[in-house]
Design a protein around this ligand. Structure first.
Ligand code: ZN
Length: 471
């Protein structure tokens, strides 16, 4: 009797499992089919005319010149002969530090609360996504708080790669303490950006190890430290070296153990050479690299340089901070402008990996957008439309992939290829011929600036989901 009951139970379980299996087999994954699109795939200097692209769940499944069979309930989007291309990637942003509504530059940040900073960072993140940037890489200040909510769908924004608090030596590019804190009549001694975890001060290899590991513990995908003088900061001369070889190696050790990479802020040859020798794979700025041998070393190691192109333009001198003759920032910017022609020549000659990053900080919302759009124009002036497009898509995708096993988005980014993430924009016009269709401008200060969406980017898809559609 007991045996019969047992057998009956097994039979019931088997039938119910079969039913689930049948149900599952009929449950088809969601699909979106783009028809009638000309593809820029992020890699080739051409458009593939009149193609079909099938998205399944959050990835690109099939690309074809002939019709593709889909599920019955697939969403079909007629591209109307528009360009379909990868969502753009900005490899150097500071969501926490991008907007500032007073003219006090870095000092202004010292008076902001997390409430202001967080709200403005969220606005900035939406600006990126709606204007076609489906991925950004934050180089100082973001931990994974906002990203968690974007990934969960409660907030709207791009994919975010983040470095956590940027690591600086005392007196370095990340030392934004007030004079009272430095000299000693402020008992607190900790600057606002340190207190909020945007930047962190570390001296000696042990402190750098700890700071980098702290970032990794807080969800950072890689680490960033200051290896030389900066423009925006007031305490450090642009010619300065920052971080000893041991300190730089400490960051590289901590990141290598996580199978990811270290990035540095470095402008001049000496600081870039120190960083590359320590094993750093991402040089942020590098705008003062003037020797061919430095470019060759970068090329040999396969590292990336991410120059903020706006720094090369005398149009930046109209900025209330960067152009102010009473501030040390102006002289620093002038030095960088002088190296522009040489930099472009050496970068083109040596064929180094160049990432596309805009590094917009401490500007009003309107100026921030103007500077961002201008960088696209300036990059194209130096390297041409195709290289600019490649830098914003597949080259930056390779840069993101340097985060290795620590990569929060492990499928391919920045290309239109089977298996890549379905991060896609539709564009009115051919960006290989005219970059203004992606928002590029050649005048940093020309009003009025687009906000949020761009008319010529009528559709933005990230991770297979449509976030903007004005078709
Ligand atoms: Zn930066």
């Amino acid at each position: 009797m007991k045996t019969t009951i047992k057998l009956a139970c097994i039979a019931v379980i088997a039938i119910s499992q079969m039913a689930t299996a049948v149900e599952k087999a009929t449950e088809l994954p969601p699909q979106t089919l783009f028809t009638n699109v000309n593809i820029f795939n992020g890699v080739d200097n051409k458009l593939y005319d009149n193609h079909f692209v099938l998205i399944e769940k959050n990835k690109i499944k099939t690309i074809s010149a002939t019709a593709i069979k889909t599920n019955k309930d697939a969403t079909v989007i007629d591209g109307g002969g528009r360009t379909l291309m990868p969502g753009l990637i900005d490899a150097h942003v500071h969501l926490n530090l991008q907007y500032l509504n007073n003219p006090a530059a870095i000092d202004g940040v010292s008076n902001m609360t997390w409430e202001e900073i967080g709200a403005m960072a969220y606005d900035a993140s939406q600006e990126y996504l709606y204007s076609g940037f489906t991925t950004v890489r934050d180089l100082c200040g973001m931990h994974d708080g906002m990203r968690k909510h974007i990934e969960a769908g409660t907030l709207i924004g791009p994919r975010i790669y983040l470095a956590g608090a940027c690591i600086s030596q005392t007196s370095g590019h990340g030392d934004w303490r007030t004079n009272a804190q430095v000299i000693g009549d402020d008992g607190n001694k900790v600057g606002q950006v340190q207190a909020l975890g945007i930047a962190t001060l570390a001296d000696g290899a042990d402190e750098v190890l700890k700071a980098c590991r702290n970032n990794l513990a807080g969800g950072a995908d890689f680490c960033k430290m200051m290896a030389g003088g900066g423009v925006t900061s007031m305490r450090d001369p642009i010619h300065s070296f920052q971080g000893t070889p041991d300190e730089l190696k400490a960051m590289v050790t901590a990141t290598t153990q996580w199978d990811t990479v270290g990035a540095v802020h470095a402008y001049h040859d000496g600081s870039v050479i120190n960083a590359i020798k320590a094993g750093v794979m991402s040089i942020e700025h590098g705008n003062l690299m003037a020797q061919k041998s430095t470019f060759k070393l970068v090329k040999k190691k396969g590292a990336f340089v991410v120059p903020a192109m706006a720094g090369f333009s005398d149009q930046l001198l109209k900025h209330p901070q960067y152009g102010n003759p009473d501030l040390p920032l102006r002289a620093k910017v002038e030095t960088i402008i002088k190296n522009y022609d040489n930099w472009v020549k050496l970068a083109n000659e040596t064929g180094i990996n160049i990432g596309y990053g805009t590094d917009v900080v401490v500007s009003t919302k309107a100026a921030s957008r103007g500077i961002r759009d201008f960088q696209m124009g300036q990059f194209a002036e130096g390297f041409g439309n195709f290289k600019t497009l490649k830098a914003m898509t597949s080259d930056n995708g390779r840069l993101m992939a340097l985060t290795g096993k620590n990569n929060p988005y492990p499928a391919t980014l920045g290309v239109i290829a089977a298996g890549a993430y379905a991060d896609i924009i539709l564009v009115d016009g051919n960006p290989l011929k005219d970059l203004t269709v992606l928002g590029a401008s050649f005048d940093m200060w020309a009003p009025p600036r687009a906000q949020r969406t761009i008319k010529t980017i009528p559709l933005v898809m990230k991770d297979g989901k449509v976030f903007h559609n004005s078709l």
